[in-house]
Ligand binder design. Sequence first.
Ligand code: ADP
Ligand code: ADP
Ligand code: ZN
Ligand code: ZN
Length: 838
Amino acid sequence: MKTPIRIRGARVHNLKNLDVDIPRDAITVITGVSGSGKSSLAFDTLFAEGQRQYIDTLSTYARQYLDAIPRPDVDLIDGLAPTLSIDQKSGSQSARSTVATVTEIYDYLRLLYARVGTPHCTQCGSAISTQTVDAIVETLLALPERTKLTLMSPMVRGRKGAHADVLDKIASQGLVRARVDGEVHLLEDVPPLAVRKNHTIEAVVDRIVLKEGIDSRLDESTRLAVRLSGGMCSVIIQSPGSDEETKLFSTAMACVECGASFEELEPRTFSFNSPYGACPTCDGLGKLVVETRDKSKAFRICPECEGGRLCAAALAVSVQGKSINQVAAMPLVGLPEWMGAITEGMSQLNQRVANPICGEVIRRVEFLLRVGVDYLTLDRSADTLSGGELQRIRLATCIGSGLVSVCYVLDEPSIGLHPADHDRLLAAIAELKSQGNTIVIVEHDEDTMRAADFLIDIGPGAGTHGGQLIAQGTPDEVAANPDSPTGQYLSGEHAVGLDRPRRVPKRGHRLRLEGASLHNLQNVKLDLPLGMLVGISGVSGSGKSSLVVDTLYPALAAKLGLVAPTPGPHRKLTGADKLDKLVPIDQSPIGRTARSCPATYAGVLDPIRNVFAATRAAKTLGFKAARFSFNSAAGRCDVCKGIGFERIEMNFLSDLLIECSRCGGKRFNRQTLQVRFKGATIADVLAMTIEAAQEFFENVPKVHHLLSSLVDVGLGYVTLGQSSTTLSGGEAQRIKLATELARPGTGQTLYLLDEPTTGLHFSDVQRLLVVLDRLVEAGNTVVVIEHQSDLLAACDWLVDMGPGGGDRGGQIIAAGSPELVADTEDSLTGRFLRPRLA
Ligand code: ADP
Ligand code: ADP
Ligand code: ZN
Ligand code: ZN
């Protein structure tokens, strides 16, 4: 066995001088409750140092910043390989990337189309060919003896003007005839040309009757014709006993029917991110932004390329009858078979060119199939993919790249994935390992833990209560460890669930959506019982988001008079009158600026500022509440403008953040920090964890109440002033949930949550479940889109979608109690529920 990666004395964030060994060429899963320090170990220590050591090997440009890159606070890491992270946040998710570009499969497709594609004329659709002069001469020589040939050089085709210069040019070559608008004239007899009319002019180069020995003259004349026109030769052919016909030959890419000429094909012809390939109307986006009445952003398909993103010439190139955008629009699942057959009927030369390219495409697509995204298409724009989908696609790309001796750090790869698809994902990760790589995964999913070679359990609690090594070893060893909270759930000692009977739907108390047909939805009718905890389940791509997030939610919002995007197509929605409020609680960031933080979002900073303004010191100094805001110029540090750090742009690497030299990260100026409440400055308060602050403000009910609800959803470990940009999607979602919990409830609210268990340990899921159940107890309805089987089993009602993803999904296959879904033959979800309901 290789020596492990040794980490000694890690103290990043809450880590307490942690010593761990991570086996190489193995899969290690880091577990622990949310906030225990898993990411601090995996990303902020291991990956950060791996990347630093890697930058050391890079250009001098990058190296000059090396000293500025904070070394993670760790005594020693050795045995570290180059480290790559596959997380859900980073990377470009622009509308300019697609599944094909992210996976690099598009590079191979472009090459394929440039090399072996058949171009077609965009005017008349006929195939375009290119020939050498020798080939043209050979074709003509093959005609019967005594055929009369008139060799001409096309000079002007259907262009307005008198064209005297063109006639002069023909004369200057010593030629005496021209065919003008279909009639042959001596140059001196050409009638005056009307300036406003379209004309076609061909220089008559030679007239030849085919007979033996004529080949060298034919060759010479053809060359002249081609040279004069810049690549073309047209010939009037009069064979004995047949009609006269005119044929166009071309040494450049040109249509032999209409003569339109085209650029030579090259890979960039097929790039929608290049001016050579992009559709000029939509600039390669495939859609146009349209101004709507309410100024919200809406799109319509580009009328020029019809969504194909490419210029007409590129879209007119085919391989086995399909254009590159048609191939990109095929569901991934069918691609390998189609690709495997495309060389049939190709010339041997083309087959030799195409075979390795197709092989590479197939290999990469097969990796995508393995990570469970078979329902996607290559042309799907990356900005419409979920974080989990994007991460799985990156994972497939890494496997496809075939790198060895790399340490990959993954963040919850199971997110958004139905348990039925875990096996394939785990097999893909195992493949990455077997290529000779080390895999470190931060994960909460039980299957992933059980598939690991090694578990590292961090805890026992979150924040200051965590950061220690609780258990390590094989999954069985950890399950047998009574000190490990993770082990307790693995062994079945603890289980997630609610201690109460399931609710049954109240008659007539429901929401009904009919005829939903967005994306893959097949005219779906959804009955949603109100006043219950409802789970929406189904494999990835089955249509859960299309139904609930993109149709039900905006349709309901419109009924309640809220601003929302246009709902997906549906026939009608009834029952909305039984609700008075709709609260979506998603995982989008709670603020995009570095100044926003949990305290600002939850609204607890306002009452805290009032507490400071009410102190004697503040009154003496004349400081009002606003002074204690980092948005106020008077109160904050002027160097960093209240952010606490300075940003250095690094071109191709992510920006570097360096603690502010003036305030040392405290964000306020010295005068503001003179004011103290119970001995603490406003900066000290922002540095407190929510849990500590809850105790600190025990006697300030308004603050205490808000902080308690944050603690209830398991966020006690987060510091009040932590920048929102460092919060995970799951944490942001729980902050929103807590903020809602603290508001007076209406008892008729519908809460909608998309995968709230993301980032949650079993014990956190349990806590969340209790909080959601409290909302339902108060009469509200909670709808969760989920994969986590324990949470689904605890719901009152499930709506299971499927049976598969994409075209194979889009239907509700079971709706009712978890027991009913478990008894449904076709339901993949049912299979995973059964053992939990026993
Ligand atoms: P986990 O990955 O187990 O959920 P983290 O490693 O993200 O836990 O967090 C461990 C502790 O470190 C928490 O108290 C968290 O609030 C804190 N923390 C995480 N990121 C940062 C950061 N960028 N700055 C300061 N504290 C952080
Ligand atoms: P789920 O939420 O169950 O994972 P989705 O509703 O996201 O499923 O997807 C259902 C189908 O609709 C899939 O085939 C998916 O690829 C497709 N789809 C989802 N969003 C879009 C989109 N923005 N554009 C095109 N197709 C989409
Ligand atoms: Zn277009
Ligand atoms: Zn500062």
